[in-house]
Write a protein that binds this ligand. Structure first.
Ligand code: F3S
Length: 397
């Protein structure tokens, strides 16, 4: 790789140990992917925050980086294993809580903003069109590339942290125009709505992409979509199709920047959507846990949940997972009080997948196709997808 004199100094240790280690990680990655040079990034989102995934070995690596490492650009975190302010109410054990706080404090020492969110674009970590960034969470990567038109590969925890400490990333993959073209035309022939509906669509398309061995779809036939529907779609297509970038005619900013794919094409009809939905409902499921907010809930979704719960009581465990700044907005607007008076719980800066709740529940209902996948794979729950209204109704049964 061709490094600038400043980057060579970083690699040579003139900027300290953490920067040297970071440049080693980034140049190794760059060599593997045949990057010619580094590119400056303006925003980072670091994953690998839950102590459940990091363990002591991961924390040791972070502590070493924190000895002299300081972030060069705006950096936020992916969801942690617990809500720092509400972990007791969510049934998290004390030892885990202590360790999770050590992890977050170590990130804070490096100057990272400790908002733990998979929706950084809703809480102030917002790049604009064409900017190079280094984000790690798959749904956020897909949102940044596709909906915002920023440029990021799907980083791992260490490479994202390395970018934060240097302000650099190797220029390959989605940072380059030639890798951002649509590869397959997808014609949607059926109406799609709601966060659950867009999640189901993401699964239907993602499953087909995997069979075709392609991962950048150019999608036509969606007349409009809300931010919430798009964040759900991004999470789902990233999970089921490994997609980090898609184009959607009339909706995403780069849809007319590159030629429409001419070769592969497939359609998605009502039958495909019904099949995908039926695959997100397990037989013999008894719901004892409902979670809304995967990706983490927006203030609009929380307002909707509050209006559904006003003056009512839930009978099942209901979590609203969101980023802390959104929770603060909900507090000020009075939505949190309504939701908590109904017996539902906020799980801020965490989610139903990264929290250590394996085995605590049998059946989980969600409005998210991604949460269905990881609810099964990670937490061994039976799962069921439904609309936000159906989720709230289920919690009150
Ligand atoms: Fe976010 Fe957790 Fe879902 S990280 S996308 S809420 S699995």
């Amino acid at each position: 790789m061709k490094l600038t004199p400043e980057e060579q100094d970083m690699l040579g240790g003139k900027h300290g140990n953490a920067v040297r280690k970071s440049m080693e990680i980034l140049t190794t990655l760059g060599e593997i992917f045949e990057a010619e040079c580094m590119v400056d990034v303006c925003s980072v989102q670091v994953a690998g925050v839950s102590y459940a995934n990091l363990g002591e070995a991961g924390l040791e690596f972070l502590s070493e980086m924190a000895e002299d490492g300081k972030v060069k650009v705006l950096t936020t975190l992916n969801p942690a294993g617990m809500d720092r302010e509400n972990w007791q109410a969510l049934g998290i054990d004390e030892e885990f809580a202590r360790n999770q706080i050590r992890v977050i404090d170590t990130f804070a020492k490096m100057g990272i903003i400790t908002t733990c969110s998979c929706t950084p674009y809703l809480v102030g970590n917002v790049p604009h069109f064409g900017q190079h960034i280094a984000w790690a969470e798959s749904s956020a990567v897909c949102y940044a590339n596709s909906i915002i038109g920023a440029r990021t590969n799907r980083e791992g925890g260490p490479s994202a942290l390395a970018s934060a400490l240097t302000g650099k990333t190797p220029e390959y993959g989605y940072h380059l125009d030639e890798n951002r073209h649509g590869q397959v035309l997808v014609k949607v022939h059926s109406q799609v709505k709601g966060t659950d509906g867009f999640g189901v669509l993401g699964k239907a398309i993602g499953d087909r992409l995997i069979r075709l061995g392609k991962n950048i779809p150019f999608i036509v036939g969606i007349p409009s979509a809300s931010v919430e529907e798009l964040k759900s779609f991004c999470a789902s297509i990233a999970t089921y199709g490994g997609t980090a970038l898609f184009h959607m005619e009339g909706i995403t900013p780069e849809f007319d920047r590159y030629p429409k794919p001419a070769g592969d094409v497939f359609g998605i009809n009502q039958e495909d959507l019904e099949r995908a939905r039926s695959e997100l409902v397990d037989v013999g499921l008894e719901v004892d846990f409902v979670s809304i907010g995967c990706p983490q809930a927006s203030i609009y979704e929380i307002e909707k949940i509050a209006s559904l719960l006003k003056g009512k009581k839930v009978k099942k465990e209901l979590w609203i997972t969101t980023a802390r700044p959104i929770k603060r907005m909900a507090d000020e607007a009075g939505y949190s009080k309504i939701i908590q008076d109904a017996g539902a719980k906020f799980a801020a800066d965490t989610c139903c997948v990264v929290a250590p709740i394996k085995g605590r529940f049998k059946g989980m209902m969600v409005d998210s196709a991604k949460a269905c996948y990881y609810g099964r794979a990670t937490n061994k729950f039976k799962v069921k997808i439904g609309t936000i209204v159906e989720c709230v109704e289920e919690a009150m049964k």
